[in-house]
Design a protein around this ligand. Structure first.
Ligand SMILES: NC(=O)c1ccc[n+]([C@@H]2O[C@H](COP(=O)([O-])OP(=O)(O)OC[C@H]3O[C@@H](n4cnc5c(N)ncnc54)[C@H](OP(=O)(O)O)[C@@H]3O)[C@@H](O)[C@H]2O)c1
Length: 214
């Protein structure tokens, strides 16, 4: 594949670090917004790290023109308890993408993210309200992002990964999209899934989970 430019939000996070390394290894250019650029472990001539926050459009709006793919693996659990910060960001990002003809966005949410108009299964709902209750704000924010994309961004080639992640261990296989089943994967495998999925036109307007291939 010809060299592409990936604009990455959340590059210093647990999934993002793996994603940046993968995209660079595949020969692409990466533009990363980071509050703390020194946290990024990847280096190289094809990586540009721009200091800043998603809360300040002036920090990131200049990174959108010329990007081929936008990938968001964002989270701030504490702040998301009170504010839908990812939703506010995506609501600014989408018009910026439109303005510059940037079409494709992959947004990583979670396996406990409810799809608008659907219910979580009783088992998943119980997990969300018990062991995962500390992440309720993040789930709500991810749900609001998905609702916004479904209702107001049909012209953008978005895709949402409802990821299940359990550890930062080594690869356990290849994840594939699944509407009904989820694997508890590693960050590395989720990043590889995000990389493959954002390049896949068949994944546009999907909000699937990911499951290891047998
Ligand atoms: N972790 C899990 O087990 C898990 C499981 C399933 C789904 N998910 C979903 O996957 C997504 C990413 O999770 P993760 O665990 O990979 O992320 P993470 O390790 O929590 O990292 C989050 C990333 O977002 C960045 N960020 C937060 N606020 C920002 C701001 N204001 N401006 C710029 N960057 C900001 C962080 O930057 P800093 O380095 O500066 O903090 C970091 O790079 C979340 O939506 C989460 O719900 C996570």
């Amino acid at each position: 594949m010809r060299q592409k430019t990936f604009l990455v939000f959340g590059a210093t996070g647990q999934t993002g670090q793996h994603f940046v390394a993968l995209a660079l290894k595949a020969g692409h250019k990466v533009r990363a917004l980071a509050r703390n650029p020194e946290k990024l472990t990847s280096t190289g001539a094809d990586l540009r790290v721009h200091p800043g926050s998603i809360h300040t459009a002036a920090d990131w709006a200049g990174l959108v023109p010329g990007a081929d793919y936008v990938v968001a693996m964002l989270g701030d659990r504490k702040t998301q308890e009170k504010h839908n910060i990812n939703t506010a960001f995506v609501r600014s990002l989408i018009p910026a993408m439109r303005a510059h003809g940037v079409k494709r966005l992959l947004y990583q949410a979670g396996g406990l993210t409810r799809v608008p108009g659907r219910r979580l299964s009783p088992v998943v709902w119980t997990i969300r309200k018990s062991v995962a209750r500390g992440y309720e704000g993040q789930h709500r924010d991810n749900e609001a992002v998905l609702r916004y994309l479904m209702q107001d961004a049909g012209d953008i080639e978005w895709m949402v990964h409802r990821a299940g992640i359990g550890s930062n261990g080594p690869s356990r296989g290849v994840l594939q999209r699944s509407a009904s089943k989820i694997s508890i994967a590693t960050f590395q495998d989720c990043a590889a899934y995000n990389y493959r999925t954002v390049l896949d036109p068949a994944a546009v307007h999907t909000y699937d989970m990911s499951k290891y291939q047998k």
